[in-house]
Design a protein around this ligand. Structure first.
Ligand code: NAP
Ligand code: ZN
Ligand code: ZN
Length: 349
Protein backbone atom coordinates (compact mmCIF):
# COMPACT_ATOMS: atom_id res chain seq x y z
CA UNK A 1 0.00 0.00 0.00
CA UNK A 2 1.03 3.63 -0.51
CA UNK A 3 0.93 5.95 2.49
CA UNK A 4 -1.11 9.07 1.83
CA UNK A 5 -1.86 12.12 3.89
CA UNK A 6 -4.46 14.81 3.48
CA UNK A 7 -7.31 16.60 5.15
CA UNK A 8 -10.61 14.94 5.99
CA UNK A 9 -14.01 15.74 7.41
CA UNK A 10 -14.70 13.32 10.26
CA UNK A 11 -18.39 14.25 10.44
CA UNK A 12 -20.86 16.61 8.76
CA UNK A 13 -20.55 19.18 11.53
CA UNK A 14 -16.84 19.35 12.27
CA UNK A 15 -13.96 21.19 10.60
CA UNK A 16 -11.62 19.38 8.23
CA UNK A 17 -8.35 18.25 9.84
CA UNK A 18 -5.24 16.21 8.97
CA UNK A 19 -5.81 12.56 8.10
CA UNK A 20 -3.47 9.69 7.16
CA UNK A 21 -4.67 6.79 5.04
CA UNK A 22 -3.53 4.31 2.38
CA UNK A 23 -3.87 4.13 -1.39
CA UNK A 24 -3.86 0.80 -3.22
CA UNK A 25 -0.68 -0.45 -4.83
CA UNK A 26 -0.89 0.40 -8.54
CA UNK A 27 -2.26 -2.36 -10.75
CA UNK A 28 -1.28 -2.83 -14.42
CA UNK A 29 -3.69 -0.11 -15.62
CA UNK A 30 -3.13 2.36 -12.77
CA UNK A 31 -1.42 5.73 -12.78
CA UNK A 32 0.14 7.13 -9.60
CA UNK A 33 -0.06 10.93 -9.41
CA UNK A 34 1.73 13.16 -6.93
CA UNK A 35 -0.96 15.76 -6.33
CA UNK A 36 0.23 19.36 -6.60
CA UNK A 37 -3.06 21.29 -6.71
CA UNK A 38 -6.71 20.58 -6.00
CA UNK A 39 -9.63 22.93 -6.61
CA UNK A 40 -12.34 23.53 -4.00
CA UNK A 41 -15.75 22.84 -5.55
CA UNK A 42 -19.04 23.80 -3.90
CA UNK A 43 -19.94 20.09 -4.20
CA UNK A 44 -17.17 19.41 -1.65
CA UNK A 45 -19.08 21.56 0.82
CA UNK A 46 -22.46 19.98 0.01
CA UNK A 47 -20.95 16.54 0.60
CA UNK A 48 -18.85 17.36 3.66
CA UNK A 49 -22.02 18.77 5.24
CA UNK A 50 -24.05 15.76 4.02
CA UNK A 51 -26.53 18.02 2.21
CA UNK A 52 -27.25 15.40 -0.45
CA UNK A 53 -27.48 12.51 2.05
CA UNK A 54 -25.36 9.35 2.15
CA UNK A 55 -22.00 10.97 2.92
CA UNK A 56 -19.32 8.55 4.13
CA UNK A 57 -16.88 9.73 6.84
CA UNK A 58 -14.02 10.26 7.24
CA UNK A 59 -14.25 12.06 3.87
CA UNK A 60 -11.23 13.39 1.98
CA UNK A 61 -12.88 15.73 -0.55
CA UNK A 62 -11.45 17.06 -3.79
CA UNK A 63 -12.17 16.25 -7.43
CA UNK A 64 -10.25 18.91 -9.32
CA UNK A 65 -6.85 17.26 -9.15
CA UNK A 66 -3.66 18.17 -10.98
CA UNK A 67 -0.20 16.76 -10.44
CA UNK A 68 2.72 14.87 -11.90
CA UNK A 69 2.71 11.18 -12.79
CA UNK A 70 5.23 9.37 -10.58
CA UNK A 71 4.64 5.76 -11.73
CA UNK A 72 2.48 3.78 -14.16
CA UNK A 73 1.38 0.15 -14.37
CA UNK A 74 2.80 -1.97 -17.21
CA UNK A 75 -0.36 -1.78 -19.38
CA UNK A 76 -0.63 2.02 -19.23
CA UNK A 77 -0.07 3.55 -22.67
CA UNK A 78 -1.24 7.18 -22.58
CA UNK A 79 0.83 8.51 -19.68
CA UNK A 80 4.36 8.18 -18.36
CA UNK A 81 6.27 9.35 -15.29
CA UNK A 82 6.89 13.11 -15.41
CA UNK A 83 3.69 13.94 -17.34
CA UNK A 84 1.26 16.52 -16.00
CA UNK A 85 -2.04 14.75 -15.39
CA UNK A 86 -5.45 15.37 -13.90
CA UNK A 87 -8.29 13.49 -12.24
CA UNK A 88 -11.84 14.82 -12.09
CA UNK A 89 -15.12 13.82 -10.47
CA UNK A 90 -15.08 10.10 -11.31
CA UNK A 91 -12.51 7.32 -11.04
CA UNK A 92 -14.42 4.34 -12.45
CA UNK A 93 -17.58 3.11 -14.20
CA UNK A 94 -18.75 -0.25 -15.58
CA UNK A 95 -17.27 0.41 -19.09
CA UNK A 96 -19.92 -1.91 -20.60
CA UNK A 97 -23.31 -0.19 -20.51
CA UNK A 98 -24.72 1.93 -23.33
CA UNK A 99 -23.70 5.20 -21.60
CA UNK A 100 -20.14 4.02 -20.94
CA UNK A 101 -19.82 2.81 -24.55
CA UNK A 102 -20.84 6.31 -25.72
CA UNK A 103 -18.14 7.90 -23.54
CA UNK A 104 -20.77 9.19 -21.12
CA UNK A 105 -19.29 7.44 -18.09
CA UNK A 106 -20.88 10.02 -15.78
CA UNK A 107 -24.25 8.52 -16.70
CA UNK A 108 -23.11 4.87 -16.27
CA UNK A 109 -26.20 2.73 -15.81
CA UNK A 110 -24.52 0.96 -12.89
CA UNK A 111 -23.40 4.26 -11.39
CA UNK A 112 -20.04 5.93 -11.82
CA UNK A 113 -17.57 5.73 -8.93
CA UNK A 114 -16.98 9.18 -7.45
CA UNK A 115 -13.43 10.30 -6.76
CA UNK A 116 -14.27 10.55 -3.05
CA UNK A 117 -16.97 9.47 -0.67
CA UNK A 118 -17.94 6.47 -2.82
CA UNK A 119 -17.36 2.71 -2.74
CA UNK A 120 -15.23 1.53 -5.63
CA UNK A 121 -15.68 -1.79 -7.40
CA UNK A 122 -13.40 -3.51 -4.87
CA UNK A 123 -15.62 -2.23 -2.06
CA UNK A 124 -13.01 0.26 -0.83
CA UNK A 125 -13.97 3.83 0.06
CA UNK A 126 -12.57 6.42 -2.34
CA UNK A 127 -10.58 9.41 -1.08
CA UNK A 128 -10.19 12.61 -3.06
CA UNK A 129 -7.65 15.25 -3.90
CA UNK A 130 -7.20 17.13 -0.63
CA UNK A 131 -4.20 14.83 -0.28
CA UNK A 132 -0.70 14.22 -1.59
CA UNK A 133 -1.07 11.18 -3.86
CA UNK A 134 -3.76 9.33 -5.83
CA UNK A 135 -3.83 6.01 -7.69
CA UNK A 136 -6.33 5.99 -10.57
CA UNK A 137 -7.13 3.77 -13.54
CA UNK A 138 -5.64 5.30 -16.69
CA UNK A 139 -9.09 5.58 -18.32
CA UNK A 140 -10.01 8.30 -15.81
CA UNK A 141 -6.71 10.20 -15.91
CA UNK A 142 -6.42 13.17 -18.29
CA UNK A 143 -3.34 14.45 -20.07
CA UNK A 144 -2.76 18.14 -19.37
CA UNK A 145 -0.77 20.47 -21.57
CA UNK A 146 2.39 21.75 -19.83
CA UNK A 147 1.56 25.13 -21.48
CA UNK A 148 -1.24 25.77 -18.98
CA UNK A 149 -0.68 27.18 -15.50
CA UNK A 150 -1.02 24.20 -13.14
CA UNK A 151 -3.07 25.67 -10.28
CA UNK A 152 -5.39 27.41 -12.75
CA UNK A 153 -5.96 24.18 -14.67
CA UNK A 154 -7.26 22.24 -11.65
CA UNK A 155 -10.81 23.71 -11.67
CA UNK A 156 -11.25 22.67 -15.30
CA UNK A 157 -11.58 19.06 -14.07
CA UNK A 158 -15.01 19.82 -12.59
CA UNK A 159 -16.11 23.45 -13.01
CA UNK A 160 -14.71 23.46 -16.54
CA UNK A 161 -16.27 20.28 -17.88
CA UNK A 162 -19.60 20.84 -16.09
CA UNK A 163 -20.11 24.08 -18.00
CA UNK A 164 -18.41 23.11 -21.29
CA UNK A 165 -20.54 19.98 -21.73
CA UNK A 166 -24.02 21.61 -21.71
CA UNK A 167 -22.80 24.53 -23.84
CA UNK A 168 -21.65 22.04 -26.47
CA UNK A 169 -24.69 19.76 -26.14
CA UNK A 170 -27.12 22.66 -26.68
CA UNK A 171 -24.92 24.05 -29.48
CA UNK A 172 -24.16 27.42 -27.97
CA UNK A 173 -22.18 29.58 -30.36
CA UNK A 174 -22.25 32.58 -32.66
CA UNK A 175 -25.65 34.19 -33.08
CA UNK A 176 -26.99 32.81 -29.77
CA UNK A 177 -27.94 34.88 -26.75
CA UNK A 178 -26.81 33.04 -23.63
CA UNK A 179 -27.23 33.73 -19.92
CA UNK A 180 -25.03 32.49 -17.09
CA UNK A 181 -26.55 32.66 -13.61
CA UNK A 182 -24.14 32.95 -10.68
CA UNK A 183 -20.51 34.06 -10.97
CA UNK A 184 -18.74 31.43 -8.88
CA UNK A 185 -16.47 28.54 -9.82
CA UNK A 186 -18.81 27.04 -12.42
CA UNK A 187 -20.29 30.36 -13.50
CA UNK A 188 -16.99 32.02 -14.39
CA UNK A 189 -15.98 29.00 -16.49
CA UNK A 190 -19.39 28.96 -18.21
CA UNK A 191 -18.91 32.64 -18.99
CA UNK A 192 -15.42 32.10 -20.42
CA UNK A 193 -16.54 29.16 -22.59
CA UNK A 194 -19.75 30.81 -23.86
CA UNK A 195 -17.73 33.91 -24.81
CA UNK A 196 -15.03 31.82 -26.45
CA UNK A 197 -17.66 29.91 -28.47
CA UNK A 198 -18.86 33.23 -29.88
CA UNK A 199 -22.21 33.69 -28.11
CA UNK A 200 -23.58 36.99 -26.83
CA UNK A 201 -23.27 36.39 -23.08
CA UNK A 202 -25.23 38.00 -20.27
CA UNK A 203 -23.90 37.31 -16.78
CA UNK A 204 -26.42 37.36 -13.93
CA UNK A 205 -25.04 37.96 -10.44
CA UNK A 206 -26.28 38.90 -6.99
CA UNK A 207 -22.88 40.51 -6.24
CA UNK A 208 -22.41 44.07 -7.52
CA UNK A 209 -18.69 43.72 -6.64
CA UNK A 210 -18.30 41.18 -9.47
CA UNK A 211 -19.65 43.36 -12.30
CA UNK A 212 -16.27 44.61 -13.57
CA UNK A 213 -14.76 41.13 -13.41
CA UNK A 214 -17.68 39.70 -15.38
CA UNK A 215 -16.93 42.10 -18.25
CA UNK A 216 -13.23 41.22 -18.10
CA UNK A 217 -14.09 37.51 -18.16
CA UNK A 218 -16.06 37.94 -21.39
CA UNK A 219 -19.60 39.12 -20.58
CA UNK A 220 -21.30 41.36 -23.14
CA UNK A 221 -23.75 42.50 -20.45
CA UNK A 222 -23.95 42.08 -16.69
CA UNK A 223 -27.29 42.12 -14.89
CA UNK A 224 -27.75 42.36 -11.13
CA UNK A 225 -30.38 39.74 -10.47
CA UNK A 226 -31.63 41.63 -7.41
CA UNK A 227 -32.53 44.65 -9.59
CA UNK A 228 -36.10 44.00 -10.87
CA UNK A 229 -35.93 46.74 -13.54
CA UNK A 230 -32.72 45.40 -15.05
CA UNK A 231 -34.17 41.87 -14.96
CA UNK A 232 -37.43 42.96 -16.67
CA UNK A 233 -35.45 44.33 -19.64
CA UNK A 234 -34.16 40.83 -20.47
CA UNK A 235 -37.64 39.37 -21.07
CA UNK A 236 -38.13 36.54 -23.61
CA UNK A 237 -34.85 37.08 -25.47
CA UNK A 238 -32.54 34.15 -24.60
CA UNK A 239 -31.82 30.95 -26.49
CA UNK A 240 -30.10 29.31 -23.56
CA UNK A 241 -29.47 30.00 -19.86
CA UNK A 242 -27.01 28.08 -17.66
CA UNK A 243 -27.96 28.24 -13.98
CA UNK A 244 -25.00 27.47 -11.69
CA UNK A 245 -26.50 28.65 -8.39
CA UNK A 246 -25.63 26.46 -5.40
CA UNK A 247 -28.60 27.46 -3.20
CA UNK A 248 -32.37 27.34 -3.42
CA UNK A 249 -33.63 30.27 -5.56
CA UNK A 250 -36.52 31.36 -7.76
CA UNK A 251 -36.00 30.27 -11.37
CA UNK A 252 -39.16 31.92 -12.76
CA UNK A 253 -37.40 35.16 -13.81
CA UNK A 254 -34.90 33.13 -15.86
CA UNK A 255 -37.55 30.93 -17.40
CA UNK A 256 -39.45 34.05 -18.47
CA UNK A 257 -36.32 35.32 -20.21
CA UNK A 258 -36.23 32.38 -22.64
CA UNK A 259 -37.55 32.68 -26.18
CA UNK A 260 -39.92 30.09 -27.63
CA UNK A 261 -38.05 26.74 -27.47
CA UNK A 262 -35.29 28.19 -25.32
CA UNK A 263 -33.66 26.00 -22.65
CA UNK A 264 -32.74 26.63 -19.03
CA UNK A 265 -30.07 24.15 -17.93
CA UNK A 266 -29.66 23.66 -14.20
CA UNK A 267 -26.21 22.48 -13.15
CA UNK A 268 -26.36 23.73 -9.56
CA UNK A 269 -27.26 21.07 -6.99
CA UNK A 270 -28.79 22.91 -4.02
CA UNK A 271 -29.65 21.01 -0.87
CA UNK A 272 -33.35 21.84 -1.26
CA UNK A 273 -35.28 21.52 -4.56
CA UNK A 274 -36.24 24.57 -6.59
CA UNK A 275 -39.91 25.15 -7.47
CA UNK A 276 -41.07 24.54 -11.05
CA UNK A 277 -42.92 27.54 -12.53
CA UNK A 278 -45.30 25.57 -14.76
CA UNK A 279 -47.07 28.47 -16.50
CA UNK A 280 -43.84 30.17 -17.59
CA UNK A 281 -42.61 26.80 -18.86
CA UNK A 282 -45.73 26.09 -20.94
CA UNK A 283 -46.31 29.47 -22.55
CA UNK A 284 -44.41 29.85 -24.73
CA UNK A 285 -42.97 26.31 -25.01
CA UNK A 286 -39.72 26.31 -22.98
CA UNK A 287 -37.48 23.57 -21.60
CA UNK A 288 -35.79 23.03 -18.28
CA UNK A 289 -32.95 20.51 -18.33
CA UNK A 290 -30.02 19.33 -16.26
CA UNK A 291 -26.48 18.20 -16.99
CA UNK A 292 -23.86 16.30 -14.98
CA UNK A 293 -20.12 16.93 -15.42
CA UNK A 294 -18.96 15.36 -18.73
CA UNK A 295 -17.67 12.02 -19.99
CA UNK A 296 -14.03 11.05 -20.36
CA UNK A 297 -13.64 11.88 -24.08
CA UNK A 298 -15.36 15.24 -23.70
CA UNK A 299 -13.28 16.12 -20.62
CA UNK A 300 -10.08 15.50 -22.60
CA UNK A 301 -11.57 17.51 -25.52
CA UNK A 302 -12.30 20.40 -23.13
CA UNK A 303 -8.75 20.32 -21.72
CA UNK A 304 -7.33 20.35 -25.24
CA UNK A 305 -9.69 23.20 -26.20
CA UNK A 306 -8.42 25.14 -23.17
CA UNK A 307 -4.78 24.55 -24.18
CA UNK A 308 -5.54 25.73 -27.71
CA UNK A 309 -7.48 28.83 -26.62
CA UNK A 310 -5.43 29.55 -23.50
CA UNK A 311 -8.40 29.23 -21.15
CA UNK A 312 -7.88 28.52 -17.46
CA UNK A 313 -9.68 29.33 -14.25
CA UNK A 314 -9.19 32.51 -12.18
CA UNK A 315 -7.92 31.13 -8.89
CA UNK A 316 -6.99 32.06 -5.34
CA UNK A 317 -4.27 29.63 -4.25
CA UNK A 318 -4.39 28.69 -0.56
CA UNK A 319 -2.47 26.43 1.81
CA UNK A 320 -4.51 23.45 2.99
CA UNK A 321 -4.46 24.82 6.53
CA UNK A 322 -6.92 27.50 5.32
CA UNK A 323 -9.50 25.07 3.93
CA UNK A 324 -12.12 25.64 6.61
CA UNK A 325 -12.01 29.44 6.13
CA UNK A 326 -12.16 28.88 2.36
CA UNK A 327 -15.40 26.87 2.74
CA UNK A 328 -16.92 29.75 4.73
CA UNK A 329 -15.90 32.25 2.04
CA UNK A 330 -17.37 30.10 -0.75
CA UNK A 331 -20.65 30.01 1.19
CA UNK A 332 -20.62 33.82 1.21
CA UNK A 333 -20.01 33.90 -2.59
CA UNK A 334 -16.67 35.49 -1.71
CA UNK A 335 -14.15 33.79 -3.99
CA UNK A 336 -12.61 35.06 -7.21
CA UNK A 337 -13.38 32.60 -8.65
CA UNK A 338 -12.07 29.28 -7.38
CA UNK A 339 -9.96 28.35 -4.39
CA UNK A 340 -7.17 25.95 -5.27
CA UNK A 341 -5.14 24.20 -2.59
CA UNK A 342 -1.37 24.16 -3.03
CA UNK A 343 -0.58 20.67 -1.79
CA UNK A 344 3.04 21.59 -0.99
CA UNK A 345 1.50 23.12 2.16
CA UNK A 346 0.69 19.60 3.43
CA UNK A 347 4.38 19.00 4.05
CA UNK A 348 4.62 22.14 6.18
CA UNK A 349 2.72 20.92 9.22
P1 NAP B 1 -19.84 28.62 -6.09
O1 NAP B 1 -18.45 28.89 -6.51
O2 NAP B 1 -20.21 28.79 -4.66
O3 NAP B 1 -20.79 29.53 -7.02
C1 NAP B 1 -22.16 29.62 -6.85
C2 NAP B 1 -22.62 31.03 -7.17
O4 NAP B 1 -24.04 31.08 -7.08
C3 NAP B 1 -22.14 32.09 -6.17
O5 NAP B 1 -20.87 32.57 -6.46
C4 NAP B 1 -23.19 33.16 -6.34
O6 NAP B 1 -22.90 33.95 -7.49
C5 NAP B 1 -24.45 32.37 -6.66
N1 NAP B 1 -25.29 32.20 -5.46
C6 NAP B 1 -24.96 31.60 -4.29
N2 NAP B 1 -26.00 31.61 -3.44
C7 NAP B 1 -27.02 32.21 -4.09
C8 NAP B 1 -28.39 32.51 -3.76
N3 NAP B 1 -28.89 32.19 -2.56
N4 NAP B 1 -29.16 33.12 -4.70
C9 NAP B 1 -28.66 33.44 -5.91
N5 NAP B 1 -27.38 33.20 -6.27
C10 NAP B 1 -26.58 32.60 -5.38
O7 NAP B 1 -20.26 27.12 -6.45
P2 NAP B 1 -19.76 26.20 -7.66
O8 NAP B 1 -18.58 25.41 -7.21
O9 NAP B 1 -19.68 27.00 -8.89
O10 NAP B 1 -20.97 25.16 -7.75
C11 NAP B 1 -22.27 25.61 -8.07
C12 NAP B 1 -23.27 24.50 -7.92
O11 NAP B 1 -23.06 23.53 -8.94
C13 NAP B 1 -23.16 23.72 -6.60
O12 NAP B 1 -24.48 23.40 -6.16
C14 NAP B 1 -22.42 22.47 -7.00
O13 NAP B 1 -22.68 21.38 -6.15
C15 NAP B 1 -22.99 22.23 -8.37
N6 NAP B 1 -22.17 21.38 -9.25
C16 NAP B 1 -22.84 20.59 -10.12
C17 NAP B 1 -22.15 19.81 -11.02
C18 NAP B 1 -22.90 18.99 -12.03
O14 NAP B 1 -22.31 18.06 -12.59
N7 NAP B 1 -24.14 19.31 -12.33
C19 NAP B 1 -20.75 19.81 -11.01
C20 NAP B 1 -20.11 20.64 -10.11
C21 NAP B 1 -20.81 21.43 -9.23
P3 NAP B 1 -23.09 35.56 -7.52
O15 NAP B 1 -22.26 36.09 -6.38
O16 NAP B 1 -22.59 35.92 -8.86
O17 NAP B 1 -24.55 35.79 -7.34
ZN1 ZN C 1 -17.20 19.70 -8.50
ZN1 ZN D 1 -21.53 1.89 -17.42
Amino acid sequence: MINASGYAAYSSTTALKPYSFERRDPGPKDVVIDIEYCGVCHSDIHQVRDEWGGSIFPMVPGHEIVGTVSAVGKEVTRLKPGDTAGVGVMVDSCRECASCKRGLEQYCEKGMVGTYGAKDRRGDITYGGYSDVIVTDEHFVYAISPKLNKPAVAPLLCAGITTYSPLKHWEVGRGRKVGVVGLGGLGHMGLKFAHSLGAHVVQFTTSSSKTKDAMRLGADEVVLSNDPDAMAKQKASFDFILDTVSAQHDISPYLSMLKLDGTLVMVGLPEKPVALPSMAMCVPRRSIAGSGIGGVPETQEMLDYCAEHNIVSDVEVIPIQQINEAFERVLKSDVKYRFVIDMASLREQ
